[in-house]
Write a protein that binds this ligand. Structure first.
Ligand SMILES: N[C@@H](CCC(=O)N[C@@H](CS)C(=O)NCC(=O)O)C(=O)O
Length: 195
């Protein structure tokens, strides 16, 4: 029994995409952060949260990893060198994409007004473009790890969509084509059509 909490306009989209790719049956509660439905499930009040067999799992990457390992799909096997390389790529994307977008969001609408520094967004935008170029140098096929979609693709392509909303310009044509290819997948389309 699986229930995902969080609307598709948040990082919950990553988990929705994985669930749709895996073709698993699940309930979806498209709530915002700190919604009453999250009470008792997460100390931080953040989304996504996945309830799996009665236990709550927080953090989108932890959820992706749990689901992929459980089903043995969209990941290299745990304990393999290929998995270590895949994990390194996931952490690179979290450090070099997610963290920059999140810092920009914090200085736009999350932090108390008096702690926001709008000027920080300019260097973050510059750094994001540079990091996109660096990631594309590691592409090993149609997807980051080769011909098959894996966990880091879901995080990277989600960050690509987030960058658009955050008005982070991305001029790398290879990255744009890669994101378009991933978003054309049935699993992505079904996830995006939720809520
Ligand atoms: N590393 C976490 C971050 C979760 C997170 O910050 N989610 C945002 C929505 S995308 C949230 O709930 N923000 C509310 C807050 O920070 O108070 C993940 O990947 O799930």
């Amino acid at each position: 029994m699986l229930t995902l909490f969080g609307s598709s306009s948040t990082r919950a989209m990553r988990a929705l995409w994985m669930l749709e790719e895996l073709g698993l049956g699940f309930d979806h509660v498209p709530c915002p952060p700190r919604a009453p439905e999250l009470s008792g499930r997460t100390v931080l009040g953040k989304v996504p949260v996945l309830e799996a067999d009665g236990a709550d799992i927080t953090d989108s990457t932890a959820i992706l990893t749990y689901l992929a390992d459980r089903e043995g799909r969209f990941t290299a096997p745990a304990g393999s060198v290929a998995r270590a390389r895949q994990d390194a790529l996931t952490f690179q994307i979290l450090d070099e994409f997610d963290a920059l977008l999140w810092t920009a969001a914090r200085h736009t609408f999350i932090l108390p007004q008096e702690h926001r520094i709008p000027a920080i967004k300019e260097p973050l935008r510059w750094e994001f473009q540079r990091n996109v170029d660096r990631l594309m140098q590691r592409m090993e096929g149609a997807y980051l790890m080769g011909d098959d979609l894996t966990i880091p693709d879901i995080v990277a392509v989600h960050c690509g969509s987030w960058a658009k909303v955050a008005k982070f310009p991305v001029e790398n044509a290879q990255f744009t084509a890669y994101c378009d290819r991933a978003r054309a997948r049935d699993g992505y389309r079904r996830a995006a059509a939720r809520d």
